[in-house]
Design a protein around this ligand. Structure first.
Ligand code: ZN
Length: 470
């Protein structure tokens, strides 16, 4: 990259927002530490116009750009791949909420808004923005949309893409698509926003979005339920959806390891039920109406399930503090993975009805592969998304175990595909799974994706090394 380009970029956005030294470190790392991120510079524009001007300069000079928000992604989607000569374009300064229209139930926010700030703005207007995930305190809207984030409420409200009404996008030639419509009905041609949602910044840079808001839940019931096996969990899911008038908002499956592992690895001793169970469901139902009805409905569902031996025990959270404690069990699982010093992480989905067969087959396959291996599959059973994570045997060194990471991932992904599933449910493809995507995806689909990429970004300057490899 020429010094001339760098100085023109500095003229454009101000020299303090063009980082080239050690101050790049805060932006140039990979959450999963699988690859190094080596940007030539980090740019921090302050407006859509500045983003467009940067893209025009870089398109002219054929210098690639990696769009980045909170950099909380797990598949290396926002790293500058070594050898690509890419610049990171961080959108954190585009952090304004432009409009909130309570009557329209919409909010228009910029890509650098932290997800929790959008949730808070909605709540202040007595509205609800239902995208919710572990990283919500630091992840940013642009990344949520570019990765089509899922999270714990997908069962009820859909993925990120289902919450979007319109987009503002800087295209790879520097033009701006002003598509910030807030219409619920708009059949005037191709729905182009879906090209950019989930594209992981490979087709353009999302700079703002118009989002759907919902009525705020007035009554929430949270229960931890012991179930004998995953098949019972899936049966309970059906009973609970019917028995609550489809008021379920979250339905998370966890193995016993969530409680034993938390005690052994995180030093947290919490077992709210009287007897140990091999599996648990953390379920949440919510209603826009306050009152006792929802609790009565959930209790009736659990009574029926107890009679049918689908459920062996259950406890309700009766205070905000208890709700927090129950969720802490579920939220501890990724933390155990980080602390275990040798765990393989996956993010697969299968049809909900096939979860029990997928789990049985995959648990058998990994146990067969390595004695003592500690699988702890958990996740969003309500939408078919399982994080089938696999910890090292207690007596094996982390590094020796991680030498098997590829083989173990292949086993899990292979079972997901056999069961009609996907190798990426909610984290995306990024850099980490791009090779594998090309191997497993239908060739016709790969051709179509490459054709779209070639049409929008013929010079290949948008997020090189992600999703589609050259
Ligand atoms: Zn998840």
């Amino acid at each position: 990259m020429s010094d001339d380009l760098l100085s023109r970029l500095a003229d454009l956005i101000g020299p303090t927002h063009v980082l080239t030294g050690t101050d790049m470190e805060a932006y140039a790392f990979d959450q999963r530490k699988r690859h190094e991120s080596k940007p030539l510079a980090v740019l921090r524009p302050g407006s859509t116009e500045q983003v467009a001007a940067i893209v025009r300069l870089c398109a002219e000079a054929r210098v690639p750009l990696v769009p980045q928000g909170g950099n909380t992604g797990l598949v290396g989607g926002t790293i500058a791949v070594e050898g690509t000569g890419a610049l990171i374009l961080n959108l954190g300064r585009l952090n304004r909420i432009r409009v909130l229209d309570a009557a329209d139930y919409t909010i228009t926010a910029e890509a650098g808004c932290v997800l929790a700030d959008i949730q808070a703005a909605a709540e202040a207007a007595d509205r609800y923005f239902p995208l919710s995930l572990g990283a919500e305190g630091t992840c940013m809207l642009g990344g949520n949309l570019s990765s089509n984030a899922g999270g714990i409420l997908t069962l009820r409200y859909g993925n990120a893409r289902d919450l979007v009404l319109g987009l503002e996008v800087v295209l790879p030639d520097g033009r701006v698509w002003h598509g910030l419509r807030t219409l619920r009905k708009d059949n005037s041609g191709y729905d182009l926003k879906h090209l950019f949602l989930g594209a992981e910044g490979t087709l353009g840079i999302i700079t703002a979005a118009s989002l759907k808001l919902y009525p705020r839940p007035r009554q929430v019931e949270t229960a931890l339920v012991a179930v004998p096996d995953p098949a019972a969990a899936v049966t309970l899911l059906g009973l609970a959806r019917t028995g609550t008038g489809d008021s379920l908002s979250a339905f998370e499956l966890m193995p016993r390891f969530a409680i034993d592992g938390a005690r052994e690895i995180l030093g947290r001793d919490q077992d709210p039920l009287s007897a140990a169970s091999p599996w648990y469901v953390l379920m949440e139902a919510s209603s826009g109406m306050a009152g006792p009805l929802l609790r009565q409905q959930v209790e009736a569902v659990l009574e029926t399930a107890l009679e049918q031996a689908i459920v062996t025990d259950a406890i309700f959270a009766d205070s905000g503090e208890q709700v927090r404690k129950l969720w802490l069990i579920r939220e501890g699982l990724p933390e155990i993975g980080r602390k275990i010093g040798g765990a393989v992480h996956t993010d697969i989905s299968v049809p909900v009805s096939r979860i029990p067969d997928f789990l049985a087959a995959t648990l058998a396959a990994v146990a067969d592969y390595m004695p003592g291996i500690r699988p702890y599959p958990f996740g969003h059973v309500g939408d078919g998304n399982i994080h089938f994570n696999v910890g090292r045997p207690a007596d094996m060194e982390g590094a020796a175990y991680l030498a098997h990471a590829h083989a173990i991932t292949d086993l899990v992904h292979g079972q997901a595909l056999v069961h009609g599933g996907s190798i990426s449910a909610e984290h995306g493809i990024g850099n980490h799974k791009a090779d594998e995507l090309a191997r497993i995806k239908d060739p016709v689909e790969m051709d179509l994706m490459r054709a779209v990429k070639g049409l929008l970004d013929p010079a290949g300057i948008m997020n090189p090394g992600k999703v589609l490899l050259p």
